[in-house]
Design a protein. Structure first.
Length: 420
């Protein structure tokens, strides 16, 4: 049965490599050992062929598959120790068995833990250094000097290479497992989306056809956005009049702003009762309406505000523009009431699939994790955005200001939300 997942395919490839490479290396080593021995005696041939046969049998009978080594730890350790012993015996017979000796590095992953693997590599490096100096008979007199040098080099190079290979194997295995998990998650997500396609369309239709409760919520939100915010602005201007006692030009200016706010609030209240768009959106597109709102808010609050528009500003469905405009109103009102900011900024961004409005200030900020939208303004803003398929995010930390991000689908004309 073929492997089903990438991890299973990888394990099958490793098992194939472990099953084939050692036998090929053993056969090559045996051929070199017999070809280079002059004169070739029967005793030498018997020992060489016999030990090679023992090594082949050991590989066949004791080695466990790579994918099962974690289930048979003791057997894996016994296999590796015996494998190293056979490598050492064969190298003592003929240094050309170093070709087979490299399989000791291949099987070092059979040992549990990094410490035992390092020990296995060191022992294998000692055996390889013995073959590189020409065999055990060279360990006489000064023959130990090149042996120690070659042993040190082997430990350094092979240790670094083996560690890198092991790390890469772990990373590759993790990547494979992650890809496999993502594939399964995507498959489940596609299945869920297919099952919920009809329900999603029904929910979107219900959201657009507001019932009695939604209408009550709309009226409450409109009152909050018009009368409540307008009265707050009027009170702020009247308080400024009291503080400007003796400065007649300043008093007149604040009186004028208070009257203008009262007229605008009354007009907006009438339009809300009639379920009409805000006056600023009737006379201008959304970017211009946001700029006008920012200019008027700057006059009443005294806080400088900068407005930027990114992307191609194309007209949206009226309901979406109203929701973004109300979000801008609420965010600016909160800055004036709570932020103690010295400046603010608004960015209206038009993207292919959504339009976002970011309102930020440099005020005192707050712990956003402790704010769940309990205030009516934030709750109403979040509900409006949710009804049109949008969302609201608030980022703030004490002393670092606040950023309010509202987003809606970029629906134009009679477009409908596309399926994810």
């Amino acid at each position: 049965m073929p492997p089903k997942t990438p991890i299973e395919r990888r394990e099958r490839q490793l098992d194939l490599a472990f099953a084939v490479v050692p036998y090929v290396a053993l056969a090559v080593s045996l051929a070199l050992a017999l070809a280079t021995e002059q004169p070739l005696t029967e005793r030498y041939a018997a020992w060489t062929v016999g030990l090679s046969a023992v090594a082949a049998v050991w590989l066949t009978t004791v080695r466990v598959p790579h994918c099962e080594q974690h289930e048979h730890v003791a057997r894996s350790v016994v296999f590796y120790v015996g494998h190293l012993a056979l490598i050492g015996a064969l190298i003592v017979i003929n240094p050309f068995f170093a070709v087979f000796g490299f399989t000791g590095y291949l099987f070092v992953r059979y040992l549990p833990g990094n410490g035992s693997r390092v020990a296995g590599m060191v022992v294998n490096a000692a055996l390889m250094a013995l073959s590189e100096i020409g065999g055990a008979n060279q360990l006489q007199g000064r023959g130990w000097i090149p042996y120690i040098g070659l042993f040190t080099v082997n430990v350094f190079i092979v240790g670094a290479m083996t560690k890198g290979a092991m790390d890469e194997d772990r990373r590759a295995e993790q990547r494979t497992r992650t890809i496999d998990q993502l594939s399964e998650a995507n498959r489940q997500l596609e299945q869920i989306m297919e099952e919920n396609a009809g329900l999603h369309a029904q929910l979107v239709a219900q959201a657009r056809e507001a019932g009695v409760f939604d209408e009550r919520q709309r009226m409450a939100g409109e009152i909050h956005d018009t009368l409540a915010q307008g009265l707050t602005g009027i009170l702020a201007q009247l308080e400024a009049v009291e503080l400007a006692d003796g400065d007649e030009p300043r008093r007149r200016r604040h009186f004028g702003l208070a009257k203008e706010l009262a007229r605008d609030s009354l007009a907006e209240a009438r339009r809300s009762v009639q379920a009409l768009r805000p006056q600023k959106l009737e006379d201008a597109r959304l970017p211009d309406a946001v700029r006008t709102l920012a200019d008027e808010w700057k006059q009443t609050s005294g806080i400088p505000v900068r407005v930027e528009v990114d992307g191609e500003a194309t007209p949206l469905q009226p309901a979406l523009e109203v929701v973004l405009f109300r979000a801008a109103q609420e965010a600016l009102a909160n800055i004036a009431k709570h932020a103690q900011a010295s400046r603010a900024g608004m960015t209206l961004t038009y993207m292919h699939d959504q339009v976002s409005l970011d309102v930020l200030d440099d005020g005192k900020g707050f712990d956003a994790r402790q704010v769940n939208g309990d205030g009516y303004g934030l709750a109403a803003m979040r509900q409006r955005l949710r009804q049109v398929g949008g969302g609201l995010e608030i980022e703030s930390t004490p002393g670092d200001g606040t950023t309010v991000s509202a987003s809606v689908p970029a629906l134009r004309g009679n477009e409908r939300p596309s399926e994810p």
